[in-house]
Each structure stands twice: as structure tokens, then as C-alpha cells.
Design a binder for this molecule. Sequence first.
Ligand code: NDP
Length: 491
Amino acid sequence: MSDIKKMYLDGQWVLSSSGETRTVVNPANGEIIATVTEGTADDVKTAVAAAKRAFYKDGWQDVTAGERAEYLFRLAAKIEENAEELALLEVRDNGKPLRETEYDVADTAACFKYYAGIATKPHGQTYDVPDKDMQTMVVREPIGVCGQIVPWNYPLLMAAWKMAPALAAGNTVVFKPSEITPLSAVRLFELMEETGFPKGVVNLVLGAGATVGNEIASNMDVDKIAFTGGTKTGRSIMAAATGNLKNISLELGGKSPNIVFADADFDTAIDYALFGIFCNQGQVCSAGSRLILQDTIYDQFLERLTERANQIVVGSGEDPDSEMGPMISEAHMEKVLSYIEIGKEEGATLLCGGYRLTENGLDKGYYIKPTIFKDVTPDMRIVKEEIFGPVLVVQKFSTEAEAIEIANDTVYGLAGGVFTVDGAKALRVIKKLRAGITWINSFNPTFNEAPWGGYKQSGIGRELGTFGFEEYTEVKQININLNPSPIGWFK
Ligand code: NDP
């Protein structure tokens, strides 16, 4: 029993009310690395009641911004002290290479520090209104109990993106990691307990999306729901949240375009095309999964890109030589492989990869060779749907207008990039892209300081930066009569 990882509800480490458990698998080799308690809807209700009490009765909403900042700074310091352990835990749970998880852990600490700083900065506004006796102002207040649900592709970092702004703004939290990757969240909550957050302010619920996640989204005492994950799940969360018309923010999928003009710096564009799609095994919401290539460099670019993709070293994230790890799970690997089959059946030409890797001891894990398709058409499923794996599709254009049209021909609008040495052209194209996050001569870098989120079916709202903080606040208008006297409206 003692080996079972517990949930953190109302300041206590507890087993699920059902007594059920779930095993956690290392995707690098299929080995069971932990057993976790499997939460239920009742456990969510316990967590929500605690978060509600902490916010409305126990005084968390009256804790000063400076004190909240102190909690977050202390937590960031603890993450930094335990960085090595957290990075290795994340490799074993998620599969990504150690150099990536080291970066994720550093970014996690930086995110808590950034929002610790934001907590104490000015947030309101004052207005000069037509009535000279009236001073009008706006203050920002916490929303209350925030339900937060995250996926498996950046388990620890997504926890920071969600909880840091929520806590900085003075909310309480009920947090659910993915059932596939709960381990870094459990460790993070241990550090939160050491940090000394009051009982009920931060709550960790483990378990499945369909039960635990759905209860968080539908619970009438949850004031806000924030979610990162697939667009289909986002839709069901939005529907579940209608009962009490929760404040909602969604960060969903993408099929992001990466446009390369013939005048781009060739080696830079090649490097970022690879980074855009193969970083984190392609399991990135903002992945540059559609390469949109100018016709005059098409063959030359693809020859070099294929050569480089074939050189990517795929292996266990714990092996320092690995540049790409396994897919998150067997089921997800099967999903990605099925998309590769769909691509072949649709008539696309496979340039490289397209299969599971099993040689050299990889047979127990869920590895896929970096894959590139050319000769695709806009109606193909591999062009339209988010694959969420190391699969790149290449589209060809000749004019700037055509590049923009192809780039925007998607139901998604999360991210996009353009490579060219012509600054005016780059900005013209970026301004036409219907996407929330864009890069010029770069792809994928993310900053705590700048807003993250999408247009169209890629989501609602923004995370990170001051925009992300504001998503966790209500706006209150205050009107102060400077010269109180009877209004005399009624005789
Ligand atoms: P999901 O969107 O299903 O999962 C993300 C989180 O939502 C998990 O914590 C999950 O719980 C939870 N969840 C699932 N169903 C519900 C529900 N009905 N109500 C509330 N919460 C729920 O991602 P998947 O892992 O299933 O991946 C499916 C696809 O989504 C991927 O192939 C990819 O295309 C996309 N995706 C996009 C991501 C992004 O960052 N934009 C991230 C992950 C996936 P649990 O998993 O524990 O059951």
C-alpha cells in the first residue's frame, strides 16, 4: 500500500475513495515504474470543497500579493534544488530526452518566478468619466476555485503554466495531470506542501479524464476551468462547463504552417524545420507539422531535410546520445502509425521514416522513425488533422499569396512561422496568418513573458505573460462618489 502514489486533497495525501489504482509505464521500455491511486468524481468533490473553503472562508483571497509572491518564489527555489531528480522523473514518465526535460524543469521554475513577480505589479486602471464628482476605477480580483486539466506532452511545465498564474492572482486550485504522466505532478505537490501553502489552496486529483476530468469541468463550485489538450476533449469540457457558465480557457491542437521562401537562410530554415516537427517527438501543440516550401528550392531543400531527418538518433531519453525519444504510449504510437498508413493510402509520397523502430533494443518501447511526406493535397487527412507525432507533410507554393492561402487553409490557428531574409515580406505574411503565436526565422521558442494561445479551433484565451494572469482574474468596476449628496431623481 505504501508504494502507491497518493493524491493531495485538502492538505492531506490520500488514497482514492474507490481504492482503485493505475500503473504508470515508462514509454522507453514498457516497464511499470509506479502505481498511483485512481481518483473518482467523489474525490474531485472533496478537492473542490476544500478549495472553496480555502478561498471563501479560510482567507486565501485576503492573502496579500506580496505573500503570494513569496510562496511562489519559495516553490521555484525548491524546484531548482530538486531539478536533477525532477528532470529524470519526467524522462521516465514521458520518454523525452533528458536535455529536453532539463530545459522543462528550468522553465517550470522560471514560470513560477515570473508570476511571483507579476503578482505584485500594478493591475488596475482608473478612468476619467463625464461626471466630475465620480472617480471610476477597475480592480482585478481572483475568480475563485480554478479547475485545471493538463496533457502528457509537457507534464511539469503545463502544471506551472496553469498553477503559477492562478495562484499569483489569488485563486485556489484543483489540478489534474494526465493519467499517463502523473509522477512529476505528485513530486511538485510534495514541494508545494513543503512550501507551506495553506490547506485546500492547492489540490491534486489523479485519475481519468472521463471521470475525474469531467467532474472538474462540470462541478458547480468550480468557478473557472483551464484546459490544455486535444480539440475534441476541449469541446466536451466546454459543454460540461455550461452548467454554471464557468469562465473557460482552452489551449488545443494545431496543424501549424512553417513557410520557407527561396531567399531564406538555407541551413537555418532546415534546422528549424527539423526542430519544429521532431522536437518532443512531434508531440507539441504548436508543432510545425506543415512545411510550406517555395517551388524553386523544393527539391534541394527536401533532399537536405530528408538526409538530416534520417540522421536523428532515436532512443531512450535516458541515453545521452538520444535526440528523439519514444511516443508517449503504445496506443498513441499506434495512432501515429495509423496516420502514416492513411497518408500512404491517400497517395502521398513517403520521403523517409514511416515505421516503428525496434532494432538495437528499442522493441520494448514505442519509437517511430522521423517521417516526411511530400506530394500531398489539401484534402488529405494527414494534411488536415493533428497527428501529434514525428510526421511532417510538405506543401509547395510559388507566390506569396499562395503561401498565405495554404497556411490558413486549416480549422486550427495556433502557431506559424516564416523564413525569409526579406523583413518586409516576413511581416506581410505574418500579419496575414490567422494564428496566435508566430515566428520569423525561428520556430517553437516559447517565453513566459509572452502570451500563448490560438485562433479558430486552437482554443480560447491566452496563457503566459500578463494576458495569462488576467485570465485568472475578474474585472471589478468601482465608482466612488467624491461629493455625496442626494440625487433628487424622485420627488
Ligand atoms: P486529451 O485531450 O484527451 O487529454 C488531455 C487531458 O484531458 C488529460 O488530462 C485527460 O485525462 C483529460 N481529459 C480527457 N477527457 C476528458 C473529459 N471528457 N473531461 C475532462 N478532461 C478530460 O489528450 P489525449 O491524450 O487523449 O490525446 C488525444 C489527442 O489530443 C492527441 O493525439 C493530440 O492530437 C491532442 N493533444 C493535444 C495536446 C496539446 O497540447 N494541444 C496535448 C495532448 C493531446 P486522461 O488522459 O488522464 O484521461
